[in-house]
Write a protein that binds this ligand. Structure first.
Ligand code: ZN
Length: 342
């Protein structure tokens, strides 16, 4: 089968579409003919390499996948050949103290497709049955690949960690990104007033269409200043920041006293300068989040199936277009998700 694989770290030129052996489903696994995979910022980190993190090469990229069940390993009962399915990209052991407590993204053996092993940019993928879910009726394969990782990430951050309540103000920094487009909708679903920042008025108009209430073009005004003006110096209850170094100080300053900052990544750098006085005098909470639990995935998926959350697809590429897809993601030219069709 064909797969997107790297043999060295670097720019989009290191992405190769090449033949690899077909997988066979082990006991309890479902073999999926992948019809759509989606890009995440993680793919750029894996491709470029991360300081201090050794990634065994070669590596097949990709975390999200949607397609049809092709065959079943021994003991699989919930699916049959031809079923349209999507996957929860995070695989946990199901046995450690964290899994037993329902916090499986803290699992000691937590494994994300594409990050801790080969990924989903392939024609065929073998996945543990408990990570496979029916594609909601009426959804295309592209839509089914466009929300699992980002939807789970945003759901766990806003519902699980920050526990957003009706009437609260939630600021999403870089809201046009894949996580952001799900976060806007989830924060609205929680009953919040949603502040969205983006670097272009075009992206902000699309955030508004998804439900954002307050739009801030951070290329024109520092968002910290805009938040102070709009909230009469109060600040917002929750800031969601995955931008990292470039926005961290503004994010802390945009919070109300006692506010919560929730972070799941640091696309511009992981070592911001922080003035701790802002944290303790103003009694802020900083909440870290990675992926989310199986329960959170199921809750998020049922909101998608009910039409309360809508996956946003920017555009799709054939597998051979992967280098261009990476370029578009890296240049932040996309709104919503970039899809590969293996
Ligand atoms: Zn575990």
């Amino acid at each position: 089968m064909r797969a997107v694989r790297i043999h060295a770290h670097g720019g989009p030129e290191v992405l190769k579409v090449e033949e690899v052996p077909d997988p066979t489903p082990g006991a309890g696994e479902v073999l999926i003919r992948v019809r759509a995979a989606s890009l995440n910022h993680l793919d750029l980190f894996i491709r470029s390499g991360m300081p201090g993190v050794k990634i065994p090469l070669p590596r097949i990229l990709g975390s999200d996948a949607c397609g049809e069940v092709e065959s079943l390993g021994a003991g699989v009962t919930r699916f049959k050949a031809g079923d349209r399915v999507l996957i929860n990209p995070g695989v946990s052991c199901g046995r450690c103290e964290f899994c037993a407590g329902g916090r499986d993204s803290l699992c000691l053996r937590y494994r994300l497709f594409g990050e801790h092993g080969d990924g989903t940019d392939v024609e065929r993928l073998s996945v543990p049955e408990r990570n496979v879910h029916p594609l909601p009726a009426g959804f295309s394969f592209d839509q089914g690949a466009a929300f699992p990782l980002t939807g789970l990430t945003a759901w766990s951050m806003l519902v699980g960690k920050a526990r957003v309540r009706p009437g609260e103000d939630v600021l999403i920094v870089g809201a046009g990104a894949g996580v952001g487009v799900m976060a806007i909708q989830i924060a609205k679903h929680c009953g919040a007033r949603v502040f969205a920042t983006a670097a272009s008025d075009d992206k902000l108009a699309r955030c508004k269409a998804l439900g954002a209430d307050v739009l801030i073009n951070h290329a024109k005004t520092p968002f910290e200043q805009a938040v102070r003006e709009i909230t009469a110096k109060r600040g917002v209850d929750v800031v969601m920041d995955y931008v990292g170094k470039a926005t961290w100080q503004q994010s802390l300053r945009a919070l109300v006293r006692g506010g919560r900052l929730v972070t799941c990544g640091a696309t511009t750098g992981f070592d911001p300068v922080e003035d701790l006085r802002h944290v303790f005098f103003r009694q802020l909470s900083i909440l870290g989040s990675t992926m989310g639990s199986a329960k959170e995935f199921a809750d998020m998926l049922s909101c998608v199936a009910d039409g309360k959350l809508k996956p946003v697809v920017d555009r799709a590429f054939p597998l051979e277009g992967v280098a261009e897809a990476h370029r578009v993601l890296e240049a932040r030219e996309a709104f919503g998700k970039l899809i590969l069709n293996p």
